[in-house]
Write a protein that binds this ligand. Structure first.
Ligand code: GLA
Length: 665
């Protein structure tokens, strides 16, 4: 069954209303709800006194309507009594300030007492619901996030370092503490990188970010262990945030879970944007699928205006359905909308759900209902379908964290560079897998590794053999700059990629963002194009590569900026500048053409085409992200999976409309 659900908070509403909620949900074909991830005060009103009666009654009403339940462990927001019990369990911010009560996710992840209470409530819930016929799985906590700089985290960090380095000598050499005489002679001297009035040692800084990420993974693991032991038939997941969340290594966090979930808010309310950025949403889905390399759930899908203090744009008619199918196209096996009914109180009283505060069904409920009945009919055909992509991008958390510590250029953003290359692929409707460094690349034809700044031996070797065996690699400036310790390599850049790319960086220069340098881009078999280099300018010496773009001004005018190298059976393009979107588009366009990779359907701008495979059958999703009617030409006959018709020459999509076509391969 395709799971179609809502996030529901019965504890916000009088109990007399629950049957009406469940009835309306069932009428909309809702078959699953997520419950209780913020209900700790009600589950354990006093230390050790658990109360599941109210939740049992809510679940019984839902189950009576055929609705199943995913339970959240409630540790993201603790009742005041927990925090009063452990005043030192509030997170300490980077500026050394300790938080106080009133928000959520305010706990220090290394605090033994908090963790123990978290295990206790998890164990009590797991014990109680292990055999409940309505309960199918668990969400651990909620959007784990944050970093803590308290004394307890400092000693946790010191212990983590002892495991990593075994001796202080090794740590001192690895971090290069010879610099400024920071040579540690006792583990207890090692600080956390709080506001020191300067820039911390890059080795220490990166290790602290790794430690915090590992700490959250360990926090999650304790609850996973309890659930695996007590509820062996239930699945365990966690709701991740979008591609842009960069504090926890999501590849690590995904490991012990059955599948990954994420929370998708196309029109958040923090920034009022006229159009949801559909390429960025696609990136969120693709990144999420990549964290575990398999289909995922959307645990929270926007269904109303977002907003805490200000109110965001309401999803336009059709957008809920469009976002639902976009998620499915990129690998979602379940969609759960946030939230059933808009809360009347609390911080999120303007974060709207399917129903307004008044609780009466309206336009968005009607849309939910029609999506629900469509997926009841068609949803099973999408379950477990594969996204078989020939293009991969490499996403490195070590690189992200190293850039967090040292941005390199005030206008440079790793995420934006990554997004810019991703968007260039997305504009061609080419599916992308997003992989960690060191992943197996043998099934791909094109790999883009933007600014792979921290590049240890193994991932470098993967890229080398990928090209050696016939792949096409695109690498950029600020690749191979550092080793695993966040120390700069003692060789020509791009370090371990220099031979594959056939270049050596002789010099580099940076300039203000508004000072661009024109490039003459002579891609093989193409007319010469003009593009702009910006921010970062590698001056390249070609060893075996051929220049395909040269700088047209500045003291290094005439030197190569972009090169193409043959290496083994394959090729590598090195883009020695951080460029602009037009440059990335041109390079990606050429790369796709050179490996003859194109989308099965050529759609007009604003229409996304994505494909999944169910065995030999290809499912083609046409997603109209515009508010206009569009006509999409097709060159063969397809069956329209949702409409039940056959399509021959073209498909007409209404504003925000969707069509799913299929044919035998
Ligand atoms: C996140 C959280 C939810 C809610 C929404 C809207 O995704 O998981 O609890 O706060 O954002 O703000």
């Amino acid at each position: 069954m395709f799971r179609f659900g809502v996030d529901y908070y019965p504890e916000h509403w009088p109990e007399e209303r629950w049957p009406e909620d469940a009835r309306l949900m069932a009428e909309a074909s809702i078959n699953v709800v997520r419950l209780a991830e913020f209900a700790w005060s009600f589950l354990e009103p006093q230390p050790g006194c658990f109360d599941f009666d109210w939740l049992d009654r809510a679940i019984a009403i839902l189950h009576g309507q055929g609705i199943q339940v995913v339970l959240g462990t409630p540790t993201a927001s603790a009742p005041p009594w927990v925090m009063a019990m452990f005043p030192d369990s509030y997170k300490v911010n980077e500026d050394g300030h300790r938080r106080t009560y009133g928000n959520r996710c305010e706990f220090c992840p290394t605090h033994a007492g908090y963790r123990e209470r978290g295990r206790m409530v998890t164990r009590a819930m797991a014990d109680h619901y292990a055999d409940h016929p309505a309960v199918i799985g668990w969400q651990i906590d909620n959007e784990l996030n944050g970093r803590c700089y308290c004394p307890n985290c400092q000693s946790g960090f010191q212990q983590w370092l002892q495991v990593r380095y075994a001796t202080l000598e090794k740590l001192n050499v690895t971090w290069g503490t010879a610099f400024w005489s920071h040579v540690y002679t006792d583990w207890s001297q090692v600080p956390v990188p709080v506001e020191t009035g300067g820039v911390p040692n890059p080795g220490l800084d990166l290790d602290f970010r790794r430690f915090m990420s590992d700490t959250f993974a360990g926090f999650q693991q304790e609850q996973v262990d309890i659930l695996r032991q007590l509820c062996p038939t239930h699945f365990v997941t966690h709701n991740f945030m979008s591609f842009g969340f960069d504090q926890i290594n999501y590849y690590d966090l995904a490991k012990p879970l059955d599948f990954v979930s994420w929370d998708n808010y196309p029109r958040t309310g923090w920034h009022l944007v006229k159009e949801a950025d559909h390429a960025y949403l696609a990136l969120g889905h693709d990144a999420t699928r990549g964290f575990k390399g398999k289909p995922f759930w959307v645990m929270e899908e926007q269904s109303g205006s977002g907003g805490w203090q200000t109110v965001g744009m309401t999803p336009r008619p059709g957008e809920m359905r469009l976002w639902t199918y976009q998620a499915i196209a990129h690998g979602a096996d379940a969609i759960i909308y946030f939230r059933w009914r808009t809360a009347r109180f609390g911080t999120e009283q303007y974060w709207h759900g399917v129903l307004y505060h008044h609780g009466q069904p309206g336009r968005r409920y009607d849309e939910l209902k029609s999506i629900g009945s469509e997926l009841k009919r068609a949803g099973e055909q999408f379950l477990g379908a594969e996204n078989r992509n020939q293009v991969a991008m490499i996403l490195s958390y070590d690189t992200r964290w190293a850039f967090q510590g040292q941005q390199n250029h005030a206008d440079f953003s790793y995420d934006s560079l990554f997004g810019s290359y991703y968007k260039a692929l997305h504009a061609h409707n080419i599916g992308v897998d997003i992989l960690p460094p060191g992943a197996d690349l043998s099934r791909y034809r094109l790999v883009i590794a933007p600014a792979l700044y921290i590049l240890p031996d193994e991932p470098a070797e993967r890229l080398r053999s990928f090209v050696q065996n016939g792949g096409l690699l695109i690498a950029t400036a600020r690749s191979g700059v550092k080793d695993e310790a966040n120390a700069v390599v003692d060789r020509y850049l791009p370090g371990l990629l220099a031979a594959v790319c056939g270049v050596e960086v002789e010099e580099y220069d940076v300039q203000p963002a508004d000072s661009t340098i024109p490039l003459e881009l002579a891609l093989p078999d193409r007319e010469t194009l003009s593009a702009q280099a910006r921010l970062w300018f590698d001056v390249l010496h070609t060893t075996t590569a051929q220049p395909i773009a040269t700088y047209q001004s500045g003291y290094f005018s005439g030197s190569p900026a972009i090169t193409l190298n043959r290496f083994g059976e394959g090729k590598a393009i090195y883009v020695g500048t951080l460029g602009d979107d037009a440059l990335h588009d041109a390079v990606v366009d050429w790369a796709l053409q050179s490996i003859d990779l194109h989308s099965a359907i050529h759609a007009p701008a604003g229409v996304e085409v994505a494909e999944r495979w169910q065995g030999d059958e290809r499912l083609l999703f046409l997603l109209n992200h515009t508010d206009q009617i569009v006509e999409v030409p097709v060159t063969q006959s397809y069956a329209d999976l949702l409409g039940g018709t056959t399509v021959n020459q073209s498909v007409q999509l209404p504003p925000y409309g969707v069509s799913v076509l299929h044919n035998q391969a």
